[in-house]
Write a protein that binds this ligand. Structure first.
Ligand SMILES: NC(=O)c1ccc[n+]([C@@H]2O[C@H](COP(=O)([O-])OP(=O)(O)OC[C@H]3O[C@@H](n4cnc5c(N)ncnc54)[C@H](OP(=O)(O)O)[C@@H]3O)[C@@H](O)[C@H]2O)c1
Length: 216
């Protein structure tokens, strides 16, 4: 981990063609194909840390490890969960392996093993302040973070203006408006204020499209 350069924050999205991450009933596995999932594992291995939200942990119970060729990569990213109220189940898959960093806004849990708890200031909505988490990670020498979460954390990341790169895998299938959007509300009233990114690359990834954007 390096602290000298500004932190690289990658938001990874895997969606339908119409930008949905799940059906209305929450089913999301798997929207994109095996080639995209393999790229995601390579991406995980190339970041210092991987960050998700408690919503994803409760919905999918992921391991969030880097397994580029099916097996655990030698270098594993630090796994991070934003969980304001410490709802993390003690039996969650993510708690196996290296210790997980859990950012919360207060309280205690004596039954959680294999975690490092970080009490953090709350944002206006009473949730873990995203900006405070980023500052805390930078102070701990984390140089790159990959966000792999649902729409709530993706929205908080965009609102905090910390996302430097978007890696977007888009499957050639449509889910429709009742499906779950990939980014929560940004509260925009002026188009000129919409966060804007520069397209860097577009390529095929199996049946999917893989787009890379950099903060403009
Ligand atoms: N296709 C993809 O790329 C992809 C990737 C991951 C997940 N998913 C899907 O996303 C869905 C879950 O979405 P989600 O939005 O519920 O999950 P999420 O974004 O992973 O987690 C949301 C939760 O994080 C907590 N949180 C802590 N700090 C926060 C902050 N500053 N801002 C916002 N939330 C904060 C909140 O719970 P507290 O208030 O309790 O802290 C919130 O409910 C699942 O269906 C999953 O399959 C899709």
């Amino acid at each position: 981990m390096t602290a000298s350069a500004p932190m690289q924050v990658t938001l990874k999205l895997a969606t339908s063609l119409d930008g949905r991450i799940a059906l209305a009933n929450g089913q999301s596995q798997w929207i994109t194909g095996p080639e995209a999932r393999a790229e995601v594992h390579r991406m995980r291995a190339s970041h210092d840390a991987i960050l998700t939200g408690i919503g994803t942990v409760l919905a999918d119970d992921p391991q969030m490890t880097a397994r580029p060729d099916g097996a655990l990569a030698n270098r594993q990213p630090q796994r991070i969960v934003l969980d304001s109220q410490l709802r993390l189940p003690a039996y969650a898959e993510i708690l196996t392996g290296e210790p997980v960093w859990v950012f919360h806004t207060g309280g205690a849990r004596s039954d959680l093993e294999n975690v490092e708890l970080f009490e953090t200031e709350a944002d206006d909505g009473g949730r873990v302040s995203f900006s405070a988490v980023m500052q805390s990670l930078a102070a701990r020498g984390v140089g790159s973070v990959m966000i792999e979460a649902g729409r709530e954390i993706a929205g908080a990341a965009i609102r905090s203006d910390c996302v430097t790169r978007i890696e977007w895998f888009r499957a050639p299938r449509l889910i429709g408006a009742e499906g779950r959007a990939c980014i929560a509300g940004l509260g925009l009233e002026e188009l000129s204020l919409a966060p804007t990114f520069k397209r860097m690359e577009v390529r095929a990834c199996g049946a999917d499209l893989w787009e890379t954007y950099q903060k403009g």
